[in-house]
Design a protein around this ligand. Sequence first.
Ligand code: NAD
Length: 390
Amino acid sequence: MIVEPKAKGFICTTAHPVGCRENVCNQIAYAKSKAKEYRSMSTRPKKNVLIIGCSAGYGLASRIAAAFTAGCNTLGVMYEREASGKRTATAGYYNTKAFEEMALQDGLYAQTINGDAFSKDVKEQTIRKLKQDLETVDLVIYSLATPKRTLEDGTVVSSVLKTIDKPFTTKNLNLYHNVIEQATLEPATEEETQNTICVMGGEDWKDWIDALKEADVLSQGALTLAYSYLGPDLTYPIYQSGTIGQAKRHLQKTAEIINRIHPDVKAYISVNKAVVTQSSAAIPGVPLYLSILYKVMKEKGLHEDCIMQMVRLFTDRIGRKEIATDEEGRIRLDDLEMESVVQEEVTRIWEEVTTETIKSCCDLDGYWEDFYKIFGFGIKNVDYSQDVEV
Ligand code: NAD
């Protein structure tokens, strides 16, 4: 059938199998182009990597960098939907099919468990698979982003994107009408904040590490990373000091707990750059920030996407003998985003931008290009007029 993009709110309800494959191929080509550099400088060879949240955004890029830059075997965990009837599969499903095929072609182990990473069952399945195929893992990457978590007793907990204490009104880019408007975020109740911490905080990361340790499938000196974001003053009330920021603080505390209770495991938070993914598009104010940031960073030759960030994570951070961190022990990949020349320019444009000047002030095309790319659309060399097998 012919697959067309159907954007709805912050997501696209269709995904193009050939486009997703091409997107993965392009990321693999970039990752491979840095393999020599990695081999020449890496003092920490990794062999087996487990990626929890492996099928999209930063998790997918981590998997591609692990396999094609660092030459690792990868076991992935994702929560994606297969195609049924005329309904396409999710992009993550197609991405993973393409990734597995290409990793196998290069002689790399690549298997994926499709199920709810929060569940005990998926943790047990993963451990069985590890014991059977890889014995131990050297690196565990935790890259889940989700609005919901189902607890073992069946209770569904939802996260919210709200402020703490008081409402906050911010400039917002309404991407569907191309207008600058005001968006107000209401403060969360204590219960909503705790629920957001339950979904996006560190509890499940720690459950994974405890379970892997207990099953004796972590190699001596294994590394584990969870991803976070800090962002500038502009998004501070929404992000850092909002409910999601509370969850990220919990994630950071969890790294300290893992390091304390498992002395032979090293846990780090990696603070990554803001990029367009299914998750970031949903945060009020963030699309405006992203489209200005893209413009400024591209003009300064500093722009990076998920795969560039994750290749840099391997080559310049975790591949090194000494892993460079900030004073709070975090790996920083948002260093270029947070440079004062970038932030000063972004702030100036943010203050100036109006509906009339959106096109000249923001990289709207770059934003939409990245948004559609997530779902396999708008990719060069793909003929979208052709029938495809979904
Ligand atoms: P994403 O939406 O692109 O990908 C999320 C991944 O999680 C997918 O592979 C999905 O299958 C998986 N997933 C979701 N629920 C699951 C479940 N219950 N079981 C198994 N797998 C599940 O997200 P992303 O933007 O790449 O975010 C990943 C991490 O990176 C998050 O912690 C996020 O906060 C962080 N981060 C994102 C940005 C950004 O700008 N996007 C910046 C810095 C840090």
